[in-house]
Design a binder for this molecule. Structure first.
Ligand SMILES: Nc1nc2c(c(=O)[nH]1)N[C@H]1C(S)=C(S)[C@@H](COP(=O)(O)O)O[C@H]1N2
Ligand SMILES: [Mo]
Length: 197
């Protein structure tokens, strides 16, 4: 017997402790992109971390993967109210990238191919909380979902998980990225419903 009526999904929402307030469970994976989809070949791909000394730390595709990938299963929460539980991702922990970076700055602007940006506190990228994801659900990330590589920060609303990531810039102060300039919350904790400000 299966319970898939609308009425029951409403009850299930209240009963599922993994569903943040105001969210609805989704089985499929919607594509949400502001603007055109960049197509970036792994042969041309690179990621840079820019610190306040002007130093660019660079990784090409092989250099990224050489840091070592890990598999993580996480829930993702989109500000447009869908939540997808138990997504299987593969990627490189940001801890590995930041091993070589020394910075006094506490904030980061993530920058994407195509021009998208989003701001995050550095501490939200460290200690096993964020990845440069290269695969999801057993397949390489398709271009529509940010392939070849996207940021994955599952404890914040999914707009913080910049698709087609190309760089991180250290910032002294928290400055708004693309959606944050357009009214989305500066931080975006789904458990506090930090959707807009
Ligand atoms: N570069 C880039 N990254 C982005 C976006 C975007 O428009 N461009 N949209 C964000 C938003 S609002 C969401 S909900 C997720 C959607 O990711 P998906 O299309 O893989 O579901 O990507 C985020 N990262
Ligand atoms: Mo979103």
């Amino acid at each position: 017997m299966s319970f898939t009526t609308r009425g029951f999904s409403g009850r299930r929402r209240e009963e599922n402790p993994r569903l943040p307030p105001g969210q609805t469970l989704f089985d499929d994976w919607p594509v949400l992109t502001a603007g055109p989809t960049p197509h970036v070949d792994t042969a041309d791909w690179e990621l840079t971390i820019q610190d306040e000394t002007g130093t660019d730390h660079r990784w090409d595709w092989d250099g990224l993967l050489a840091l070592g990938v890990e598999d993580v299963t996480v829930d993702i929460h989109c500000v447009t109210h869908w939540t997808k539980l138990d997504m299987a991702w593969r990627g490189v922990s940001l801890d590995k990238l930041f091993q070589d970076v020394e910075s006094e700055h506490e904030f980061v602007m993530a920058r994407s191919y195509g021009g998208y940006t989003t701001n995050l506190p550095l501490e939200d990228l460290l200690d096993g909380k964020a990845w440069i994801a290269t695969e999801a659900e057993g397949d390489p990330l398709g271009p529509e979902h940010g392939g070849p590589a996207r940021l994955l920060v599952p404890h914040l609303y999914f707009w913080k998980s910049a698709k087609w990531i190309r760089g991180l810039t250290m910032m002294a102060d928290d400055e708004p990225g693309f959606w944050e300039q357009n009214g989305y919350h500066l931080y975006g904790d789904p458990w506090k419903e930090e959707r807009y400000w």
